[in-house]
Write a protein that binds this ligand. Structure first.
Ligand SMILES: Cc1cc2nc3c(=O)[nH]c(=O)nc-3n(C[C@H](O)[C@H](O)[C@H](O)COP(=O)(O)O)c2cc1C
Length: 312
């Protein structure tokens, strides 16, 4: 018998626990030649802002030994164009559409949320309070529990949609920002966004990225992200959507065991556009081989008490 892959992230029901991560899957439509969107548990859109953004100048992406650094700068079509042009084309596909939201000010977050609240076909909104690649907004909100609490509070009032808050890993203690988001009414925590990093062109003696620094993603960050997932699992009661370097079904299992209810696949989409489907197939096979009936059984099922200790 095929295992039951369906999971719930709070009130959001997903046919399987695998979504594609914001910024790595466009608006989903770009991937129609490669896969049936209905195969996915869901997709998270590129971060939406009130006005279209051009993003940062090139170079914006550089490969690293086990992942990549990016400084895209939140290029996007803007929330109005998303609702008018992209969402109607996404609606016929039987998958959960999560809108990732970005603002430079609290008012901008509210503006985007209010518009999305009135648009049919969105399963949840994910607040990006953790982008390392922009000057205003982004990590400023995500790094300070007080600023985070304030932005989540105003956002909570601005939407009836389930509110996922995507945390920055670039903090001293992620439990503080997780607790702040939960206290202000977040329905779920997404983690993690990219880690700040830098690559140097040694001949030119300059940073490779025009922005100087960028966000590190991919397999290099997976152990870090699993550890942060486990820490947040013990700090809050709301569900966690985990991500960071997931390439296979087995990688997804790590996050589920550490406490995630669902996962997102990001950088792997740049390796192969069907990466998320491969992760779903791998997860199904992993469960079937072990006679595990439901993916939901894995969430938080990590056994070792030692895993709770902080490394020396
Ligand atoms: C090119 C690129 C663009 C991204 N854009 C966004 C974004 O707009 N909003 C956001 O919340 N996260 C964004 N992210 C972060 C990813 O959604 C994800 O959190 C991160 O890459 C870790 O997962 P991964 O290792 O599977 O890629 C972006 C990542 C990459 C690589």
């Amino acid at each position: 018998m095929s295992p039951d892959l369906s999971v719930a992230v709070g009130s959001v029901r997903l046919k399987n626990p695998v979504l594609t991560a914001s910024g790595t899957f466009g608006y989903g439509l770009e991937f129609l030649p490669f896969l049936d969107l209905a195969e996915l548990g869901g997709l998270v859109t590129k971060g939406l802002s009130p006005k279209p953004r051009r993003g940062n100048p090139p170079e914006r992406i550089v490969e690293t030994p086990a992942g990549m650094l990016n400084a895209i700068g939140l290029q996007n079509v803007g929330v109005d164009a998303f609702i008018a042009e992209k969402l109607p084309l996404l609606r016929p596909h039987d998958t959960a559409v999560v809108a990732n939201v970005f603002g430079e000010t609290e008012g901008e977050y509210v503006e985007v949320l209010e518009k999305l609240d009135g648009a049919a076909g969105i399963a949840a909104v994910e607040l990006n309070v953790s982008c390392p690649n922009v000057e205003a907004g982004g990590m400023i909100f995500g790094n300070d529990p007080k600023a985070l609490a304030q932005v989540v509070r105003v956002c909570r009032r601005a939407t009836r949609l389930p509110l996922w808050v995507k945390l920055s890993p670039n903090v001293t203690d992620i439990r503080e920002t997780a607790r702040a988001a939960e206290a202000e009414g977040a329905d779920a925590i997404s983690l993690v966004n990219t880690f700040v990093g830098m690559a140097v062109n040694v001949e030119k003696r300059r940073p490779v990225l025009a922005n100087g620094s960028g966000g590190l993603s991919g397999p290099a960050i997976r152990p870090l992200a699993v550890w942060l997932t486990w820490q947040v699992r013990r700090a809050v009661k709301i569900p966690i959507v985990g991500m960071g370097g997931i390439m296979t079904g087995r990688d997804a299992v790590e996050f589920l065991l550490a406490g995630a209810s669902a996962v997102q696949v990001g950088t792997a989409n740049f390796v192969t556009p069907r990466a998320a489907v491969d992760v779903i197939d791998g997860l199904r096979a992993w469960l079937a081989e072990r006679g595990i009936k439901a993916a939901a059984e894995l969430t938080g099922a990590l056994k070792s008490a030692e895993a709770a200790s902080v490394p020396a």
